[in-house]
Design a protein around this ligand. Structure first.
Ligand SMILES: [Fe+2]
Ligand SMILES: [Fe+2]
Length: 171
């Protein structure tokens, strides 16, 4: 069983992961509207990963006998100024999510809830990758973004991203 507090916090995290998916879908839709289909693909794949994160928490809560309770999902930003604004926002968002995962881990440790710690360790490792990817893309946009040819090349690179189920690797 989960403590009431842990169940509540895990449900909040399901909501945050779904919000992440919503945010990345919004970014993807924006990129499609300005003809950057590669970036649109990149963030659409990212959104799918976030849905999977939500469902990994969802499955876990149910497996340990908890209840899943959905709350309304906050509306994401819809209008953006530039590619750099988006890649920077994506990095900041991932850093924010890392903080949420870290506080969940803090709670699990304080409750001696080792099974939830084990789940959260997967997310801690995943966040290292999420921040790394977001940082790499931001750096590339900073280097090449002002040059239309550079942006076009980056768009081609982002078009190659394919969805691989990270939540199913290893576990
Ligand atoms: Fe996530
Ligand atoms: Fe993420």
């Amino acid at each position: 069983m989960l403590s009431d507090k842990m169940e509540l916090k895990l449900n909040e995290q399901i909501n945050k992961e779904l919000y992440s998916a919503y945010l990345y879908m919004s970014m993807s839709a924006y990129f499609s509207s300005v003809g950057l289909d590669g970036f649109a693909n990149y963030y659409r794949v990212q959104a799918t990963e976030e849905e999977e994160h939500a469902m990994k928490f969802y499955d876990y809560v149910l497996r340990v006998g908890g209840r899943v309770r959905f709350e309304p999902i906050e509306g994401p930003k819809v209008d953006f100024e530039s590619t750099l604004e988006i890649v920077d926002m994506a990095l900041k968002h991932e850093e924010y999510v890392t903080g949420l995962i870290n506080s969940l881990m803090g709670l699990a440790v304080s409750e001696k809830d080792y099974k939830t710690s084990s789940l959260l360790q997967w997310f801690i490792d995943e966040q290292v990758e999420e921040e790394e990817n977001a940082n790499n893309l931001k750096n590339k946009v900073k280097l090449m973004g002002n040059d239309p040819k550079g942006l076009w090349m980056l768009d081609m690179e982002c078009a190659k991203r394919v969805y691989t189920s990270p939540a199913k690797e290893g576990k």
